[in-house]
Design a protein around this ligand. Structure first.
Ligand code: CTP
Length: 395
């Protein structure tokens, strides 16, 4: 959470600058404080009045502001923040940061600060793809600046591609993650599986389930927020990777097992994926309707959770499984806890709108007993769960 954290927000000159107003609101809604800095370009898109009113703070626009210099000085402004956020980070601003220029307040602050910097790029697709921008991004990343990947989609200029400012919740997640470095899970490696698996029947058809991956992605993000190094092994889902998370995409359960094995060792494993229980020996050619309904011969998939939970030197200290049930939630979860050999089962009732939905309500089952968490958005459930995981890890 950003509660009590001080964010120096540098607003660059791009059409996405208006979204920085939404970001200010989101930061303040979480209890963070915003000190806004508007570049000359930024002020062409949003007014100092709007920025200042939303931030509830003076907006800094000039290196030559006598009042600011008398009160705190521009170096003091750079130091008095827990995080510097550049949003939107235009191609020009990234170039000037990479070159180490200090010809206005924003670039001077960026050069003077020792505080972590997050840049949220937004620009035309060709500008983002240009070798100059690519090189600037590489240089800045090598220097430790966190640069988010822009979203892909239609742009104000009428083109389509990568370059859109990421959505505010994704930016917020990135800010939490960077601020969480040094958090209670710092130095630990967390392995998370999420989403469904797709088991091919032929080149165009597959067996799957309704899992959206949302709960697993939220857990991966929440673990990163607490400072863990996170490997997220994801089945086929249409979700953006949470900030600070290393993602490995897989298709089938057997690919998921391989990716999980490669990601070990880990201190903590949270197996959220809705792994298909069976696979088919797929036909190399498309099955034709005229040949009549096929008979599918199903074979069992490996149980990834049981595999990870096996006793031995590679077993993570805490292994958490999920249980998707439609009836007898607690009893099934207890049975799964014993059968899989994990330390904790997070059980959810999937008879309603949980699978693929935005909210969840879970029951935690361990050898010590059962605890129900209140229903809430998947991000909130994730935040509560990872705090409990941290407690169980004794950190
Ligand atoms: N799981 C797994 N590998 C599998 C099947 C399940 O890792 N091949 C994990 C899931 O990620 C989850 C837990 O096991 O953490 C329970 O998954 P669930 O589908 O509820 O249980 P199943 O083992 O499939 O049992 P059942 O179908 O009888 O409910």
């Amino acid at each position: 959470m950003l509660c009590g954290r001080r964010i120096l927000l540098i607003i660059g000159g791009g059409i996405a600058a208006y979204k920085s107003l939404e970001l200010i609101r989101a930061i303040r809604a979480e209890g963070g404080a915003v000190t806004p800095v508007l570049t000359a370009g930024g002020a062409a898109f949003v007014t100092p009045m709007s920025v200042s009113a939303l931030a509830g703070a003076h907006v800094h626009t000039s290196l030559w502001d006598l009042t600011t210099e008398a009160e705190i000085g521009h170096i003091g402004l750079a130091r008095a923040a827990d995080l510097v956020v550049v949003c939107p980070a235009t191609a020009d601003l990234l170039a000037r940061m990479a070159a180490g220029l200090a010809d206005d307040l924003a670039t001077t602050l960026l050069l003077a600060t020792g505080t972590p910097v997050v840049a949220v790029p937004a620009m035309n697709v060709h500008m983002w793809d240009h070798p100059a921008t690519r090189a600037n991004v590489d240089t800045l990343r090598a220097r430790g600046v966190t640069i988010l990947e822009p979203d892909v989609g239609p742009m104000a200029c009428g083109e389509h591609g990568p370059g859109r400012l990421p959505e505010v919740p994704a930016i917020m997640q990135a800010l939490r993650t960077v601020l969480g470095r040094g958090g209670r899970l710092a130095g630990l490696h967390a392995l998370v599986t999420a989403g469904p698996t797709h088991e091919p029947i032929d080149p165009v058809r597959y067996l799957a389930n309704r899992s959206s991956g949302r709960q697993g992605f939220a857990i991966a993000g929440a673990l990163a927020t607490l400072g863990a190094r996170v490997t997220l092994v994801a089945g086929p889902v249409a979700l953006a990777t949470p900030a600070g998370v290393c993602r490995v995409d897989v298709g089938t359960a057997r690919e998921m097992l391989e990716a999980v094995d490669q990601a070990l060792p880990a201190d903590l494993a949270v197996m959220v994926a809705a792994v298909a229980d069976w696979h088919v020996r797929p036909s190399a050619a498309k099955l034709k309707k005229d040949s009549g309904p096929p008979t599918l011969h199903l074979a069992a998939n490996p149980d990834i959770l049981a595999h990870v939970a096996q006793p031995g030197p590679r077993r993570p200290r805490l292994v958490v499984g999920f249980a998707a049930e439609t009836d007898n939630l607690a009893a099934h979860a207890r049975a799964k806890l014993a059968r899989k050999g994990c330390d904790l089962i997070v059980a959810n009732d999937v008879s309603g709108d949980v699978m693929g939905g935005s909210e969840n309500e879970v029951l935690l089952v361990s050898a010590e007993g059962e605890t129900a968490l209140p229903r809430g958005p998947k991000a909130e459930v994730a935040a509560r769960l990872v705090e409990l995981f941290a407690e169980r890890l004794g950190v």
